[in-house]
Design a protein around this ligand. Sequence first.
Ligand code: PYR
Length: 294
Amino acid sequence: MAAGGSKRFWQALDAERPLQIAGTINAYAALLAERAGFKAIYLSGAGVANHSFGLPDLAMTTLNDVCEDIRRITYASELPLLVDADTGWGSAFMIGRTVREMARAGAAACHLEDQVAVKRCGHRPGKALVDSREMCDRIKAAVDGRDDQQFGIMARTDAHAVEGQQAAIDRAAAYVEAGADMIFAEALTTLDEYREFTTTIKVPVLSNLTEFGQTPLFTLDELKSVGVRMALYPLSASRAMAAAAQNVYETLRRDGTQKAVIEQMQTRADLYEVLGYHEYEQKLDQLFSEQGIK
Ligand code: PYR
């Protein structure tokens, strides 16, 4: 299913402006995003840590952990998948390997950030950065490491919150010079700041619209008006899923029955529709009943 993902990513970026990229924490979420009409999806590092492992987003998951989730998602969905590669899990040749492993697992593009290896969530205090030269080395290693030249390399800078707007723009320009195909401008706070990025940086710029963070929930029209090319919603659906699940668990414990929350649930029929369950079942009947096996 993965073949051609990187090509489809660039096609989507060209076709939709800004390209809406939906966070999908697992394969089933990817199917739901596809049905809603998204043209690209995202695997969040926080999503892997929080939802696959029950851990905070503090550099506690590995390349293999992320690749396992990439494989599951890209087996289920043809949508091009952008993946959070955190700080790349090493330096030099290891970053090249990170890129190749992600591509082989089915990813279409990944982003690498300029935080130190003991990274933090981009919208939390206490972030520390490697210097610009070290981040440029990460980008060069990533670009050199890809065997599919269309695999997208996005450089994320966390500098706005740490060193200020001008330093963030200077870093982004250096990362593009080092070979980055796209820029992830993390935790900007105003549309003017995005405009400053997009007028200086000549590759597509992404806005991370994570809820309860530093960036206001700008609309697509607002982002378009300042030249932003990608709008990322990394955990919107998973936050809603988590709140719904919490409510169901609490209701079951409190009421001893799920009757009060049944209306909020996806029905069995809808689940089967998303999965193509009946087509699988018909195939099973066709394959085995012809041989007299019931
Ligand atoms: C995350 O969701 O983990 C990001 O880094 C955006």
